[in-house]
Design a protein around this ligand. Structure first.
Ligand code: NAG
Ligand code: NAG
Ligand code: NAG
Ligand code: NAG
Length: 235
């Protein structure tokens, strides 16, 4: 069945893409933000493309990633990327991940009025830095509620899980100047009283990261080292 595999290897300065004839495309990515589950110990292979082909041949639907070392030719088969799991060692080779169908990582469309967002809700308690990193690892960013409808969609989701949840906003750089963490754009202060709880933000004991209280669905600045749920969104 895999006898006549043909593949394409496209390498630019910054990245490589391995497209296999069996319809799967792997792209080179950084190993630092999250780690693939290892399917097995590696083997020595002929080439990068052959490593990808063999990963699929041996593990079929479970091969979502692989590592290939361009000097030792070590090929390591990998499964799904796991946010918050430390990545593999770069010395093991370059990491290639399947250009994913979003559903695999739990992304799906959610709507409220004019807002439709491709998001994934992670019901795991993590600090703010971990939430930012986990979303980046999934090629997404921490939810940024830049419109009222988008804010209300977020509020509805958070209320539904009855748990406080990080939102992609902080004033880490300049105290009192809140920005969206995906692009650094300032928070439009005309929404201050609509989005924030009446007595917040208050920077109590140096609070620089923003979360939503599930019970009143209002924002509050909090310590970045506290742990809450988080929502990632894809553009
Ligand atoms: C070989 O691997 C190293 C380490 O990951 C990487 O920096 C380098 O760009 C790779 N070279 C090629 C040609 O892919
Ligand atoms: C990451 O997202 C960008 C923009 O949405 C997309 O062009 C790119 O293919 C994605 N990369 C992966 C590995 O999914
Ligand atoms: C968490 O951060 C606050 C400042 O925001 C600091 O006062 C506190 O000591 C930190 N706690 C821990 C356990 O690091
Ligand atoms: C979040 O947790 C990670 C892992 O425990 C830790 O390295 C990091 O310093 C923490 N960040 C904050 C802001 O507390």
């Amino acid at each position: 069945m895999y006898k006549h595999n043909i593949f394409l290897l496209l390498c630019g300065l910054a990245s490589c893409t391995v497209a296999l004839a069996i319809g799967r495309v792997f792209v080179k990515t950084k190993v630092s933000l999250c780690g693939p589950t290892r399917l097995d110990i590696g083997w020595t292979d002929r080439s990068l493309a052959s490593c990808g082909v063999n990963c699929i041949k041996r593990y079929q639907g479970y091969c979502y990633s692989f590592m290939f070392h361009n000097v030792t030719n070590l090929c390591t088969p990998g499964g799904q990327l796991m946010p918050l799991k430390s990545g593999p060692d770069e010395r093991e080779g370059d990491l290639f991940v399947l250009l994913s169908d979003d559903a695999y990582y739990g992304f799906g469309l959610e709507s409220y009025m004019s807002a439709t967002v491709n998001l994934a809700f992670y019901q795991i308690d993590v600090n703010y830095t971990q939430a930012i990193g986990a979303c980046q690892c999934l090629n997404s960013s921490l939810y940024a509620a830049k419109s009222l409808d988008k804010f209300n969609l977020y509020a509805q989701l958070v209320h539904g899980v009855a748990h406080d949840t990080w939102i992609g906003m902080n004033d880490l750089e300049t105290e009192g100047r809140f920005v969206w963490s995906d692009d650094g754009q300032p928070f439009d202060t005309q929404w201050m009283t609509t989005f924030f709880q009446f007595d917040q933000p208050d920077n109590y004991l140096n609070e620089d990261c923003v979360e939503m209280h599930w019970d009143n669905q209002k924002l509050n600045d909090d310590s970045c080292n506290k742990t809450f749920y988080f929502i990632c969104e894809k553009q």
